[in-house]
Design a binder for this molecule. Sequence first.
Ligand SMILES: C[S@@+](CC[C@H](N)C(=O)[O-])C[C@H]1O[C@@H](n2cnc3c(N)ncnc32)[C@H](O)[C@@H]1O
Length: 300
Amino acid sequence: MNILKKRGAKHSSFTDVEEADGDKTVHLSCVADCLTTLRKIPDGSIQLIVCDPPYNINVAEWDDISNYVDWAALWLQEVERVLASTGNLVLFGGLQYQNEAGSGDLLSLVSWVRQNSSLLLVNLIIWNYPNGMGAQRFFSNRHEEIFWFGKSKKYYFDLDAVRTKLDPKTLAIYKKDKRLNPENLEKGINPTNVWQIARLNGNSKERVGHPTQKPAELIRRIVRSMSYKGSTVLDFFAGSGVTTRVALEEGRHSIATDIDPNFLNFLDRQLSKVEGGDRSSIDAEFLESFDGPIHPAFKS
Ligand SMILES: C[S@@+](CC[C@H](N)C(=O)[O-])C[C@H]1O[C@@H](n2cnc3c(N)ncnc32)[C@H](O)[C@@H]1O
């Protein structure tokens, strides 16, 4: 990696993927249990899994799971199977919830992955937000953790797609440092593993009504850097449908399902925010194999 870095070259996985133009993409969405979805997906077919599971702290009806780790083990096994060799998994959570999550939390999931799978931990990303609840008996929490695992050492990573642009003054200062590659500086700097992105406020225009909706900006950085145009992004705890929206905008195919029947209404609202007309199409065969309701936009 260091030699690549000196040459300003990309990660080796770039040689293993074939980018498509991403103009016409397929988006599958329906109401389904996570295991139903996963068991229909062929081995090695998914580039990126955005996984934001129930936190097991009772924020909603779906958020109270007995035997949390045993349950999670069932879908984590499938995750490893469906990921492509260049694939990535991002696992969201919040360590601050650990006392409330009686039968398991993010740490217990991460520990399960490390002990029972061959997925490689690439980064722990800290999602740092300026807005949140105040506290009196401890420091107010202002971050959540996102664990990034690669399926193999050839995991795909496109740093250039997410570099932070430098303003002209800072760029000129950085360019004086001979240790830094001027060509890369022009492209922008590594955004690091601490991401400052605001949470969605209650009155945010982006909100579609889901209680734990993630900002599109956060999902976009993940999708741009860990998948490529024409590859497939999977979200089987899709919630508000934000992953479908971002995949559509970024020229990736997507599969997004959730057990909550409201998912299709949330998704409607997400898709109404997508500019650029109809860029989606239907995979009728895959959809027909589901028993649950399917988003009307994806019916033939
Ligand atoms: C933390 S939320 C995901 C939020 C989503 N990332 C977003 O930004 O909108 C977890 C979701 O998991 C869903 N869920 C809970 N149990 C499930 C199951 N067994 N199968 C599929 N989805 C489930 C819930 O309905 C909820 O929408």
